[in-house]
Design a protein around this ligand. Structure first.
Ligand code: MG
Length: 303
């Protein structure tokens, strides 16, 4: 086993990616969840997205949610945006870390964003300039990096060439999304090692879904490559839009629980995180797909 990192940075995506894929919940409940997550000690939270309310009614109140949330200066909050209009709203709301998505699969990009991957990359180049001119940082998330529900396998070389393009256009950081849970450890190694070879200093983050039960194995594989940044969603909030009833985002407490038992620090208080997971479950009114939430930690007093 190669050397593991001693610390990992978790970005909690439940308030955005999680709630965006659940039935709409009241503004007040979103604020309570955000505040509960801020209290866990997690270093980063993807708080909201600024999207058209007709496209995504779940995020129509993003401004109100963000205004009402208690912000801790120790936490890095970010927002997801689909275009420059959304980016301007995020900047106006005070965000300085902003994410934008493109799909490695052209078919998925067309279904999701109504344009080709190349057209999206042109938009993203302009968007990065807009963010930089406002003093904000831009992260490009490459969806379907490990497989596409329409096209099947996605060539890691294609993912790498998208990264080449966005790095040339000024992206400060990149993320790889396993949008429908098609990643397995060798596919993670194939994508990450290829990108690492070409951009050794580029900050990269991995976003896994547990749709087919491989998320923690993928985290483990990525740790062995020295990756130290992961997205996760409290309780596993947010289903899979392509497979009704299936789980989506890997549960934050499952990742934190495993990392802590491996001696890897996250800064998260597991007990507080489980409180937030129970709140998330209450807010959406359904049982969330998190093993650690259901069974508790392997030792009851484990932090
Ligand atoms: Mg997700």
């Amino acid at each position: 086993m190669s050397a593991m990192p001693s610390a990992v940075s978790i970005r909690e995506v439940g308030p955005r990616d999680g709630l965006q894929n659940e039935d709409p919940v009241p503004t007040e409940a979103k604020v309570r969840l955000l505040d509960a997550l801020t209290a866990t000690g997690v270093g980063r939270i993807e708080a909201v997205s600024f999207v058209h309310p007709k496209a995504i009614p779940q995020m129509a109140d993003a401004d109100e949610v963000w205004k009402a949330a208690s912000k801790n200066p120790q936490v890095r909050y970010s927002a997801l945006v689909p275009n420059s209009r959304g980016a301007q709203r995020a900047l106006d709301a005070g965000f300085t870390e902003i994410e934008v998505v493109v799909s490695a699969s052209d078919t998925h990009n067309r279904r999701n964003l109504n344009r080709s991957t190349d057209e999206s990359l042109d938009d993203i180049a302009a968007l990065i300039d807009l963010l930089h001119n406002a003093g904000a940082r831009a992260e490009v998330i490459v969806a379907t990096s490990f497989g596409c529900p329409y096209e099947g396998d996605v060539d890691p070389a294609r993912v790498a060439s998208i990264i080449d393009r966005v790095v040339a256009d000024g992206a400060d950081r990149v993320a790889f999304g396993d949008t429908t849970g098609m990643a397995t450890p060798p596919r993670v190694v194939a994508v990450v090692s290829r990108v690492r070879e070409r951009h050794p200093d580029l900050p990269i983050l991995l976003h896994f879904h547990n749709t087919r039960g491989t998320a923690l194995a993928n985290v483990y594989a990525a740790l062995q490559l020295g990756v130290t940044e992961f997205d996760a969603s409290v309780g596993g909030l947010g289903g899979c839009p392509y497979a009704p009833g299936a789980s989506g985002n890997v549960a934050t407490e499952e990742v934190v629980h495993m990392l802590h038992d491996m001696g890897i620090e996250t800064g998260v208080d597991l007990a507080a995180l489980l409180d937030a997971a129970r709140l998330a479950q209450e807010i959406v009114g359904r049982e969330l797909p998190s093993g650690v939430l259901r069974a508790g930690p392997r030792l009851p007093d484990m932090r």
